[in-house]
Write a protein that binds this ligand. Sequence first.
Ligand SMILES: CC(C)(COP(=O)(O)OP(=O)(O)OC[C@H]1O[C@@H](n2cnc3c(N)ncnc32)[C@H](O)[C@@H]1OP(=O)(O)O)[C@@H](O)C(=O)NCCC(=O)NCCS
Length: 175
Amino acid sequence: MTESTTRRVKSHTIPTAKRPSESSIVVSRLMNPSDANPLGIVHGGEILKMVDEAGGLAAMRHAGSSVVTVRLDSMTFLEPIYVGDLVIVKAMVNWVGRTSIEVGIRVEAQNPITGERTHTNSAYAVYVALDENGHPKPVPGLIVQTEEEKRRWREAEERQKMRLSQRKKKSASDT
Ligand SMILES: CC(C)(COP(=O)(O)OP(=O)(O)OC[C@H]1O[C@@H](n2cnc3c(N)ncnc32)[C@H](O)[C@@H]1OP(=O)(O)O)[C@@H](O)C(=O)NCCC(=O)NCCS
């Protein structure tokens, strides 16, 4: 979506479309012994929490409202993160639907003494913007300009189609 004008849908006013860079965020935290197992390796759950927080913050900044996580795609831990590492989580909006927002999240571990960085995980999460009554509300459009942003949009759109078809299959098998 490339328009930057205000649109009206039903009774909601949708704010001006935004660029991914306007909502992108970097969150970092030093890992402590309480975050880790007895071998000093950080629990996956700590990383998941940081991923969801960073993704949620990028989605909130884009939506200009509260959001909830509706989907966190599977995540592979490529390298261990140790106590004393600085975990750096970068989140950026890839795609928006009517009320949903896909955020791409990248996790790096940095040795704060040497500055050496390791890419440890990547994840995609979908958030839904909520109005003051807790109902899904329309989100601003996303202005995608660079080739990289257009590629991210296309790939996210495909992932979202897959998620919705999985949801459809699951709800059919549940009934
Ligand atoms: C998120 C929630 C409000 C959506 O409600 P709903 O009745 O499914 O609403 P809708 O069917 O209108 O879906 C809203 C949007 O979410 C998207 N969505 C719903 N389920 C999805 C899924 N499994 N994967 C990806 N997107 C999904 C829909 O496509 C829709 O997007 P669109 O408006 O851009 O087309 C509701 O499922 C909820 O409250 N879930 C609990 C959230 C939560 O507690 N999270 C953890 C704490 S933050």
